[in-house]
Design a protein around this ligand. Structure first.
Ligand code: GRF
Length: 208
């Protein structure tokens, strides 16, 4: 069984999708062993408590520098014996050490079809506002490995979502979550835990 540690900062609906999938037996060879929040008031912590999942809080503002925060986060993830680290709405910038330590073992969910509407500054509603402003007809979500480039690591899974003329950033955000994020994140986690994902030359190969 691999230990899955989920990093959160807010509502935690993606965490909930992972918990639900796990309780339905859909995460093969993995268990959510800990939830780490950058925000002590995140509702995601309530979700962890409700399901008797261990949790920890680590706040960026309690550390003087990115380096000391990076050290502490790396140490926490090692202490929790994380085999897989999942960024599920984690809003804090990561340092190089943790990224290197968990190379090809840390994944993120992004609410667009990468390489569109991603990178620095594209988070939350801003992603959906940009998609609507550009007038794309299809958007979606992407699960990818985390590397030193923001939203630039190898892509694991993507799912498309159609945009309607009457969509707002808020309705689109919800649609992308329901139709894409909550489906592909648990699937990618399960594939990882069953050792069905390999990385070759910046791309992933999925054995399913
Ligand atoms: C999601 O849209 C995810 O794609 C992004 O942050 C949001 C987190 O939402 N990275 P939640 O906390 O899982 O509800």
């Amino acid at each position: 069984m691999k230990n899955i540690v989920v990093l959160v900062s807010g509502g935690g609906t993606n965490l909930q999708a992972l918990i639900d999938a796990s309780e339905r037996g859909e995460i093969e060879n993995g268990r959510i062993s800990c939830v780490v929040s950058s925000n002590p008031n995140a509702y995601a912590i309530e979700r962890a408590k409700k399901h008797n999942i261990d949790y920890a809080v680590i706040r960026r503002k309690d550390y003087k520098s990115l380096d000391s925060y990076d050290e502490a986060l790396t140490a926490l993830l090692l202490e929790k014996k994380a085999d897989l680290v999942v960024l599920a709405g984690f809003m804090t910038i990561l340092g190089d050490k943790v990224i290197k330590q968990f190379e090809n073992r840390m994944i993120n969910i992004h609410p667009s079809l990468i390489p569109s509407f991603c990178g620095a500054g594209f988070y939350g509603l801003k992603v959906h506002e940009a998609a609507l402003a550009r007038g794309v007809k299809v958007t979606g979500a992407t699960v990818h490995f985390v590397n030193e480039i923001c939203d630039g690591g190898p892509i694991i899974l993507q799912k498309a979502v159609e945009i309607s003329d009457d969509d707002t950033a808020e309705t689109l955000q919800r649609k992308v979550m329901e139709q894409a994020e909550w489906k592909i994140l648990p699937k990618a986690v399960s594939l990882f835990c069953s050792e069905k994902i390999s990385v070759q030359g910046g791309r992933t190969i999925i054995k399913d």
